[in-house]
Structure formats: C-alpha cells, structure tokens
Ligand binder design. Structure first.
Ligand code: PEP
Ligand code: MN
Length: 286
C-alpha cells in the first residue's frame, strides 16, 4: 500500500474546508434536506424549514444512484435549477451527488459541494474528475470499504489537485439487518487520528430508521465528528426515495436543538491537547 502522502495526519493541523462561509472542521455543521429533489415546492418548503431550524447547508439529490433501474432516478438538471433557487432564497450552500464523471464540471457550476456517494467511492475516474475542480467534495465511505481504502480515495482527489475533501461515514454493511447499515462511529474517531481531513457522519443512511437518527447524531457530536448530514422530507410517506428513513420537519427541528445543546456542552470538555497529540504520534498508516 502506497503512502497516504496528502491525506494522512502526519502531524498536520486539522483542515477546515470552507463552503461559502460555512467552516467544516470547526464547530459542528448540520446539513439537511430531502434525499431527492422532487419539485420546486417540495424542496423550497423543506429548505426554508431546515434553515429556520438551524441547518447550515442544504442537501438534495438530482442524480440518484438507485439499486433498481426502475426506481426514481432524480430530476437531473431540473433539480439543479430548483436547488439554485433554494440557495438564492435561503442562502444555504447546496450539496448534491454526482454519479457520472462527464457531469462533474457542469454540475459544479450549480452547487457548492459535490457528493461522491458510497456506491462510487472507488470510481477512480470520478475521483480524478472531482479532483480537477475547486469546489469541496463530500466523499462518502463505500459500504464495504475499509478506512484505509476510503482514505486512499480521498488521496485520489487530493492528488488530482483538489484539497477540499470532507469525509462522510455513512454506515457499512455488516451481518446486522435491523439497521440499514452499521454506522461506524469508531471510523469517524479513527479518521481524526489518521487524517487531517474533516469527517462528518450520515445517521440517515447509517441507520435507515428515523428513531435512531437522533441518538446517532448526538453520538456523532460526542465522537468528534465535524457535522452530520440528515434526510428530511415534508411528508416522508410520499418521498420518492428513502422514505423509510426521512425525518419530518418537526423531528429535524427537535434534533437540531438537541444537537446544538450537546455541542455547547462538549465545547468545555475537549480532550486534553496532550492526549490527542500523543495519540496521533502513536498512529501511522502503512
Ligand atoms: C444519498 O445521500 O442519498 C445517498 C445515496 O447516499 P449513499 O451514497 O451514502 O448511499
Ligand atoms: Mn438517500
């Protein structure tokens, strides 16, 4: 395994990735919105709500990597135009997934963060392509990927020239079936030791169950994640994708408030600097 020349911690200070004034890697960032953009009314309603509840970025899928070819594939460019409207109205930076290397350059004109999804974590041509732009990249962990494989994918993006990588732990596949995936919070903590890049978690895909999203969001604060990305829908029953795991607006408002309270409490309880650095000193990745 080659060295992680650019992604590894290697004594570096933690990187803060700036997304239109939102600092990822400093404090705790809340990213929320529907799995998919379904209509202008749907997106704007949720965008206004999550903004009022304290979200700092808006998510919304335009190109959906669905397990079945017959499932809703996303509205494509129409969705990007709706996301643009939502940014104009709320000021929230936009996160959206890109699944085709040919779409990277033009899609990046519409949004603020390009997401590389779990199914594409090791799509090396996509990684090289997102490495050529200067917008931040949200790189999700593949559902079967080790931490080291995931960091190597970040290395691809950094090596191609884009230093603005945010990692996202979104759950891995284990023998467990009650939860959609197993949200590996130890991986988030490990990333903070192994890499200088900020890491957030996705408790929505990580659990697949609304009731588990709040506890996993709080646990994400506690384990040192730089933020969370969660799926919110004005009427989950009618969502065109991932309806089982979508939070209602009110559930999100409650979550945001509880997360904020914990962040404030944690602020006074940072681990001793010496503990952190001695821990880092002991860690090396082959
Ligand atoms: C999503 O964010 O809607 C998504 C498809 O995520 P993942 O790639 O983590 O499954
Ligand atoms: Mn989803």
């Amino acid at each position: 395994m080659e060295d992680l020349k650019l992604a590894s911690r290697n004594g570096k200070d933690s990187t803060v990735v700036f997304v239109n004034g939102v600092a990822v890697g400093k404090g705790f960032v809340l990213i929320a919105g529907p799995c998919s953009v379904e209509s202008e009314e749907q997106l704007l309603e949720t965008a206004r709500f999550v903004k009022a509840a304290g979200a700092q970025m808006l998510r919304g899928g335009a190109f959906k990597p669905r397990t079945s070819p017959y499932a809703f594939q996303g509205l494509g460019i129409k969705a990007l135009k709706i996301l643009e409207l939502a940014r104009k109205e709320t000021g929230l930076p936009i996160v959206t997934e890109v699944i085709d290397p040919r779409d990277v350059a033009w899609v990046s004109e519409y949004v603020d963060v390009l997401q590389v999804g779990a199914r594409n974590m090791q799509n090396f041509s996509l990684l090289k392509e997102v490495g050529k732009i200067n917008k931040p990249i949200l790189l999700k962990r593949g559902m079967n990927a080790t931490i080291q494989e995931w960091l190597n994918c970040a290395e691809y993006v950094l090596n191609a020239g884009n230093p603005n990588v945010i990692l996202c732990e979104r759950g891995i596949r284990t023998h467990e079936t009650y939860t959609r995936n197993t949200l590996d919070l130890s991986a988030a903590a490990a990333i903070n030791e192994l890499s200088h890049l900020p890491v957030i978690t996705d408790p929505s895909h990580g659990t697949g169950r609304p009731s588990l999203i709040l506890p996993m969001s709080l646990a994400s604060v506690a384990c040192g994640a730089a933020g969370i990305i969660v799926e919110v829908h004005r009427n989950p029953k009618e969502a065109l994708s991932d309806k089982e795991q979508a939070l209602t607006h009110l559930q999100f408002a409650d979550l945001a408030q509880r997360v904020r309270r914990l962040v404030e409490q944690m602020h006074d309880q940072q681990p001793e600097e010496t503990w952190i650095s001695s821990n880092y000193d002991r860690i090396s990745i082959e």
